[in-house]
Design a protein around this ligand. Structure first.
Ligand code: IMP
Length: 168
Protein backbone atom coordinates (compact mmCIF):
# COMPACT_ATOMS: atom_id res chain seq x y z
CA UNK A 1 0.00 0.00 0.00
CA UNK A 2 1.12 3.50 -0.71
CA UNK A 3 -0.80 6.69 0.00
CA UNK A 4 0.20 9.23 -2.60
CA UNK A 5 1.14 12.80 -1.79
CA UNK A 6 -1.89 14.06 -3.72
CA UNK A 7 -4.21 11.86 -1.64
CA UNK A 8 -2.61 13.17 1.54
CA UNK A 9 -2.89 16.79 0.41
CA UNK A 10 -6.54 16.38 -0.57
CA UNK A 11 -7.38 14.86 2.79
CA UNK A 12 -5.58 17.61 4.69
CA UNK A 13 -7.57 20.16 2.70
CA UNK A 14 -10.81 18.41 3.64
CA UNK A 15 -9.87 18.53 7.31
CA UNK A 16 -8.98 22.23 7.03
CA UNK A 17 -12.29 23.02 5.27
CA UNK A 18 -14.24 21.34 8.05
CA UNK A 19 -12.25 23.09 10.78
CA UNK A 20 -12.67 26.43 8.99
CA UNK A 21 -16.42 26.05 9.00
CA UNK A 22 -16.72 24.52 12.50
CA UNK A 23 -14.57 27.22 14.12
CA UNK A 24 -15.71 30.28 12.19
CA UNK A 25 -15.47 33.33 14.48
CA UNK A 26 -13.54 31.41 17.14
CA UNK A 27 -9.85 31.42 17.96
CA UNK A 28 -8.13 28.03 17.79
CA UNK A 29 -5.13 26.80 19.73
CA UNK A 30 -3.54 23.85 17.94
CA UNK A 31 -1.61 21.49 20.20
CA UNK A 32 0.61 19.43 17.93
CA UNK A 33 2.11 16.25 19.32
CA UNK A 34 5.76 15.89 18.27
CA UNK A 35 7.64 14.42 16.59
CA UNK A 36 5.44 12.78 13.99
CA UNK A 37 2.85 15.52 13.57
CA UNK A 38 5.24 18.31 12.60
CA UNK A 39 4.61 17.97 8.88
CA UNK A 40 0.86 17.46 9.06
CA UNK A 41 0.58 20.36 11.53
CA UNK A 42 2.52 22.66 9.19
CA UNK A 43 0.34 21.69 6.23
CA UNK A 44 -2.88 21.99 8.20
CA UNK A 45 -2.35 25.37 9.86
CA UNK A 46 -1.44 27.00 6.54
CA UNK A 47 -4.97 26.21 5.35
CA UNK A 48 -6.71 27.53 8.48
CA UNK A 49 -8.71 30.75 8.19
CA UNK A 50 -9.88 31.57 11.75
CA UNK A 51 -7.43 33.26 14.11
CA UNK A 52 -5.14 30.54 15.44
CA UNK A 53 -1.96 29.78 17.30
CA UNK A 54 0.05 26.57 17.43
CA UNK A 55 2.10 25.08 20.23
CA UNK A 56 4.02 21.81 20.38
CA UNK A 57 4.16 19.11 23.01
CA UNK A 58 5.92 15.78 23.32
CA UNK A 59 4.91 12.56 24.93
CA UNK A 60 7.63 10.86 26.93
CA UNK A 61 6.96 7.11 27.14
CA UNK A 62 8.53 4.78 29.63
CA UNK A 63 7.81 1.38 31.08
CA UNK A 64 5.38 1.51 33.95
CA UNK A 65 3.24 -0.85 35.92
CA UNK A 66 -0.14 0.29 34.63
CA UNK A 67 -2.43 -2.15 32.89
CA UNK A 68 -1.47 -0.54 29.61
CA UNK A 69 2.20 -1.23 30.32
CA UNK A 70 3.60 2.11 29.32
CA UNK A 71 3.37 5.42 31.14
CA UNK A 72 3.01 8.37 28.81
CA UNK A 73 3.79 11.80 30.17
CA UNK A 74 2.93 15.01 28.38
CA UNK A 75 5.92 17.34 28.36
CA UNK A 76 6.59 20.86 27.16
CA UNK A 77 3.10 22.28 27.61
CA UNK A 78 3.60 25.91 28.61
CA UNK A 79 0.29 27.31 27.38
CA UNK A 80 -2.68 27.98 29.60
CA UNK A 81 -5.49 26.03 27.91
CA UNK A 82 -8.27 27.37 30.12
CA UNK A 83 -11.13 28.74 28.06
CA UNK A 84 -9.39 27.96 24.74
CA UNK A 85 -10.71 26.07 21.74
CA UNK A 86 -8.03 23.40 21.57
CA UNK A 87 -7.41 21.04 18.66
CA UNK A 88 -4.94 18.23 19.32
CA UNK A 89 -2.94 17.42 16.20
CA UNK A 90 -1.67 13.84 15.86
CA UNK A 91 0.17 12.13 13.02
CA UNK A 92 -1.53 8.80 13.62
CA UNK A 93 -3.87 7.26 16.14
CA UNK A 94 -3.21 3.55 16.54
CA UNK A 95 -4.36 2.00 19.85
CA UNK A 96 -5.33 5.45 21.14
CA UNK A 97 -3.42 4.99 24.41
CA UNK A 98 -1.24 8.04 23.71
CA UNK A 99 -4.28 10.13 22.90
CA UNK A 100 -6.05 8.85 26.02
CA UNK A 101 -3.15 9.94 28.23
CA UNK A 102 -2.92 13.36 26.61
CA UNK A 103 -6.65 13.93 27.00
CA UNK A 104 -6.58 12.81 30.63
CA UNK A 105 -3.67 15.12 31.48
CA UNK A 106 -5.14 18.11 29.64
CA UNK A 107 -8.58 17.68 31.19
CA UNK A 108 -7.23 17.14 34.71
CA UNK A 109 -5.16 20.35 34.53
CA UNK A 110 -7.26 22.74 32.44
CA UNK A 111 -10.80 23.57 31.47
CA UNK A 112 -10.63 24.28 27.73
CA UNK A 113 -13.74 25.81 26.12
CA UNK A 114 -13.61 22.83 23.75
CA UNK A 115 -11.18 20.13 22.78
CA UNK A 116 -11.12 18.24 19.49
CA UNK A 117 -8.71 15.83 17.81
CA UNK A 118 -7.31 15.94 14.29
CA UNK A 119 -5.23 13.02 13.07
CA UNK A 120 -3.71 12.56 9.64
CA UNK A 121 -4.06 8.78 9.86
CA UNK A 122 -6.25 6.47 11.92
CA UNK A 123 -6.12 2.69 12.37
CA UNK A 124 -9.69 1.82 13.39
CA UNK A 125 -8.91 -1.90 13.74
CA UNK A 126 -6.31 -1.17 16.46
CA UNK A 127 -8.24 1.54 18.25
CA UNK A 128 -9.01 0.63 21.87
CA UNK A 129 -10.49 3.89 23.15
CA UNK A 130 -13.84 5.61 22.82
CA UNK A 131 -12.54 9.17 22.43
CA UNK A 132 -13.93 10.64 19.21
CA UNK A 133 -11.35 11.48 16.54
CA UNK A 134 -13.14 14.52 15.19
CA UNK A 135 -11.04 15.09 12.07
CA UNK A 136 -9.50 12.04 10.42
CA UNK A 137 -7.49 12.35 7.23
CA UNK A 138 -7.28 8.73 6.09
CA UNK A 139 -8.29 5.47 7.75
CA UNK A 140 -5.73 2.73 7.16
CA UNK A 141 -5.48 -0.98 7.93
CA UNK A 142 -3.38 -2.22 10.78
CA UNK A 143 0.03 -1.83 9.09
CA UNK A 144 3.10 0.13 10.14
CA UNK A 145 3.55 3.12 7.85
CA UNK A 146 6.23 5.75 7.25
CA UNK A 147 6.41 9.07 5.46
CA UNK A 148 4.91 12.54 5.79
CA UNK A 149 6.42 12.90 9.28
CA UNK A 150 5.89 9.31 10.40
CA UNK A 151 9.01 7.30 11.11
CA UNK A 152 10.43 3.85 11.57
CA UNK A 153 13.29 4.08 14.10
CA UNK A 154 13.62 7.74 13.20
CA UNK A 155 13.83 7.16 9.44
CA UNK A 156 11.35 7.90 6.69
CA UNK A 157 9.83 11.11 8.00
CA UNK A 158 11.02 12.89 4.85
CA UNK A 159 9.22 10.59 2.39
CA UNK A 160 6.73 12.57 0.35
CA UNK A 161 4.33 9.65 0.03
CA UNK A 162 3.27 7.25 2.78
CA UNK A 163 4.47 3.64 2.58
CA UNK A 164 3.86 0.44 4.49
CA UNK A 165 7.01 -0.88 6.12
CA UNK A 166 7.55 -4.30 4.58
CA UNK A 167 7.37 -7.19 7.01
CA UNK A 168 10.15 -9.77 6.88
P1 IMP B 1 -1.03 4.77 19.98
O1 IMP B 1 -0.76 5.24 21.38
O2 IMP B 1 -1.02 3.27 19.87
O3 IMP B 1 -2.29 5.36 19.38
O4 IMP B 1 0.18 5.19 19.08
C1 IMP B 1 0.46 6.50 18.80
C2 IMP B 1 1.89 6.72 18.37
O5 IMP B 1 2.55 5.51 17.92
C3 IMP B 1 1.88 7.63 17.18
O6 IMP B 1 1.84 8.99 17.57
C4 IMP B 1 3.16 7.24 16.47
O7 IMP B 1 4.25 7.92 17.03
C5 IMP B 1 3.30 5.76 16.77
N1 IMP B 1 2.77 4.94 15.66
C6 IMP B 1 1.69 4.12 15.68
N2 IMP B 1 1.51 3.52 14.50
C7 IMP B 1 2.49 3.98 13.69
C8 IMP B 1 2.83 3.74 12.31
O8 IMP B 1 2.20 2.97 11.58
N3 IMP B 1 3.92 4.41 11.84
C9 IMP B 1 4.65 5.26 12.59
N4 IMP B 1 4.37 5.52 13.88
C10 IMP B 1 3.29 4.88 14.43
Amino acid sequence: MCISRSQVRTNIEHIADRINSDYEGKEILFLAVLNGSFMFAADLVRKIKPLCRITFVKVASYQGDTSEGIIRELIGLKEDLNGKHVILVEDIVDTGFTLGHIMKQVKSTYKPASIAVASLLFKPQSYRKSIAIDYVGIEIPNNFVVGWGLDYNGYGRNFEDIYVVAEE
